[in-house]
Design a protein around this ligand. Sequence first.
Ligand code: CP
Length: 320
Amino acid sequence: MKQLKNSHILGIGSLDSDDIDLIIEASFICKKILAQSSRKLDALKGRTVVNLFYESSTRTRSSFEIAEKRLSAEVLNFASSTSSVTKGETLVDTVRNLQSMAPDIIVIRHSSSGAPHLLTRICRASVINAGDGMHEHPTQAFLDAVTIMEKRKSLRGLKIAICGDIRHSRVARSDIMLFSRLGAQVWVCGPPTLIPIGIESIGCQVTYQMDEAVEGADVVMGLRIQQERLKEAFFPSIKEYFQLYGLTVDRLQKASRNVLVMHPGPMNRGVEIDSEVADGPYSVILDQVTNGVAARMAILYLIAGKTLEELRKEADETAD
Ligand code: CP
């Protein structure tokens, strides 16, 4: 029986290879189920999931909610902007109060790195990290890996270039760790001010030249300049940044034929990516969003204590 060993999903760094392979396999099965029918599965029937978002989100929050509903969960969406957080209530007090209502799973996005880890110490629910500060965004890494595997079967041996604001990106950290563990050669590229010193230790090579990053790349991922986390000037101007680091059709000529263009969103068009590329024939950016529902549904299903064999059976029943 294949079952998740972890009761929380806090980061790629805390998952072993068995759990990683299991989540990916389950994501593909969930994708099949979602495509076949609108039938709801019972995996989370009678269970409550709290979506605790302290930072804004379009894709992650919506896809978690869709996935939770497809698994028959009772869903509580908590937006900090309309809660007692605005009156000064701390994260710990907020979670203790929510815990008193006995949720089974808490999905948390927070600006502080480590907030999901803190939750595991103060509540009994399973915790899923939906993005913590500049640390990790593990569910994004899974949906990104699934998107690449869907098009290229495996990540083994692929050159994947992640370009832009690496310093502030939790997506970059989770993607680097997951992609390298799946056998890809990961490169990161951006201005020296936006690449953290020592990032190579988590599984990537560094270049400050876009041409070197894109040369022969099978996948090129653009990352957003995270204006909300920039506390100083990291580059002279948006115009210069786009000239040096923007993903343009010209630059993509150096990539491998049929390169996949990815971006976790939200995009700053004309800053890190040109619209011609974002909406062009190589873009799989909206496939990433579609796969977000499947990957999050898989994680929720497994976190509920269900097995891969049970999920396969559900898929067979859905197909009948
Ligand atoms: N990729 C991602 O995390 O997008 P949202 O901020 O819209 O959730």
